[in-house]
Design a protein around this ligand. Structure first.
Ligand code: NAP
Length: 455
């Protein structure tokens, strides 16, 4: 039987061997999901909300076990994993609190006796998820989906099966009936077959552009709804009147937390000439202070990357950019003797034609793009196929807001790093995808927005 292995990216040890599910095992889970939907969707919001609160409590109660699994499977720092688990628990409570507001019928005045919009769940949604926030990415889909009355099957990234199983355990312990949420240990071909199954009504993907093309094509062929949360290369625009202490501290955090493997991390630092040298000098000093080491060690501030092959691909992008004229200010190489460590790195004088300009750098490497003024900063920030997020740094808040409005992306922040927040919609434009998660927009994605007209 086919199987795959997960490798601890800090010490290189094989963590686990997982057997791919058989066709019979997949069929059993599809049938269970289909069977669970009528009863689950018939519960009241208060009943489903109570289950979601149990999930939140379960995540908190098991946080030490779960963070160790996250760390072992994809290298996350202990404190970052604990923060992710807490954020996930809070999102469950957020939807338990707010689903009634988001899903109450909306009356619309027409010539009818009564006309209104009501929101009805659609059934089983397949979720294909990435490893970089292995609990949060799932929960930000799952909490609204379950509150809405849908049921879900998770195909998680192949390097985090333990995180998937941990989540399944928390959901089961919360008392949520069998079939409402389950995990499929399957490969991408099997996932494509699951999406073709008539019992699966829609799919959500968080992942790369490559996976997006494949899954969206399949969903299109089946005429099934899909939400695509794909890659990003967010601009971090620093204007001449920015508070550099604040901006540099934010830049380091956004670029190097989670070993740089965050879709909405600042990746392209667009600096106007007036402050570029000062910013780069401070940025290099602050980034140099990041300490690589064991993710479980509190002194570690730079985690290993999730897999050695991803680290090698990042290094290729760095080397190619340098060969094309970028200036290496810091790092630029794998950490000697490590399994998947990469040094905190800063590439200066990045320009068109280089991988660091055009591609997503999914690791601890910052690209500096120098521009002469605000107008050129906006043009360069938008000169990308991605459109996930972006930020602008200036003491003039009104000016910052005007620049934010010109950024072609799903979320533009002024004097703050781009972050996801259950209260705010999240998603991209251009090749960063389509559809939204979180807030009221997220809960409506997988619902039948149904018009009722009573003459
Ligand atoms: P990935 O390789 O695309 O994997 C994501 C998920 O898609 C995994 O479950 C993976 O399964 C599956 N997958 C990969 N290729 C597939 C295919 N051809 N058909 C069907 N499924 C496929 O991405 P990743 O390396 O895990 O994650 C990094 C990417 O995700 C980055 O581009 C990042 O920016 C993006 N991301 C976006 C967001 C957002 O909200 N927009 C958030 C986080 C990450 P296997 O592991 O089994 O291959």
């Amino acid at each position: 039987m086919a199987s795959y292995q997960t490798v601890n990216p800090f010490n290189g040890r094989t963590e686990r061997t997982v057997e791919l599910m058989t066709a019979a095992a997949i069929e059993q889970r599809l049938a269970a999901a289909d069977a669970a939907f009528p009863a689950w969707s018939a519960l009241t919001l208060a009943q489903r909300g109570a289950y979601l609160r149990n999930v939140a409590a379960g995540l908190r109660a098991r946080r030490e076990d779960i963070q160790r699994t996250m760390s072992a499977e994809m290298g996350k720092l202990r404190r970052e994993a604990l923060a992710e688990i807490e954020k996930s628990a809070a999102a469950c409570e957020y939807y338990a609190d707010h689903a009634a507001d988001y899903l109450s019928p909306q009356a619309i005045t027409t010539e009818a006796r009564r006309s209104y919009v009501t929101y009805q769940p659609i059934g089983c949604v397949l979720a294909v998820m990435p490893w970089n926030f292995p609990i949060w990415q799932v929960i930000r889909f799952l909490a609204p989906a379950l509150m809405a009355g849908n049921v879900a099957l998770l195909k998680h990234a192949s390097n985090v099966p333990g995180c998937a199983d941990a989540l399944r355990g928390v959901v089961a312990a919360a008392g949520i009936p069998d079939g409402v949420f389950d995990v499929l240990h399957i490969d991408n071909d099997q996932a494509a077959d699951v999406l073709r199954d008539r019992r699966v009504k829609a799919v959500t993907l968080t992942g790369s552009e490559r996976a997006g093309r494949s899954i969206a094509a399949n969903a299109g062929d089946q005429l099934k709804k899909c939400v695509m949360e794909l890659g990003g290369s967010d601009a971090f625009v620093v204007l001449e009147d920015a508070d550099l202490d604040v901006a540099v501290a934010a830049a380091v955090k956004s670029r190097f937390d989670n070993a740089g493997q965050t879709c909405i991390a600042a990746k392209r630092f667009v600096l106007v000439d007036a402050i570029a040298d000062a910013f780069v000098q401070r940025f290099v000093e602050a980034a140099r202070a990041r300490v690589y080491g064991d993710p479980q060690d509190e002194a570690t501030t730079l985690a290993p990357m999730a897999r050695a092959d991803l680290r090698d691909e990042l290094h290729r992008q760095v080397q190619e950019s340098v060969a094309l004229g970028a200036t290496l200010r810091l790092g630029g190489e794998p950490i000697a003797g490590s399994c998947a460590g990469y040094a905190a790195s800063i590439l200066d004088n990045v320009g068109p034609g280089m991988p660091a300009y055009a591609q997503e750098l999914f690791g601890p490497v910052a690209a500096i793009l120098r521009v002469k003024d605000e107008a050129e900063a906006v043009r360069v920030a938008n000169d990308t196929c991605f459109g996930l997020g972006g930020s602008v740094w200036t003491r003039d808040v009104a000016r910052g807001e005007q620049v934010a409005l010109q950024l072609q992306c799903g979320a533009a922040f002024v004097n703050s790093v781009v972050k996801s927040d259950a209260r705010l919609p999240f998603g991209g434009t251009k090749r960063s995808g389509f559809g939204r998660e979180l807030a009221d927009h997220g809960i409506h994605e997988f619902m039948n927005i149904k018009t009722v007209y009573v003459a």
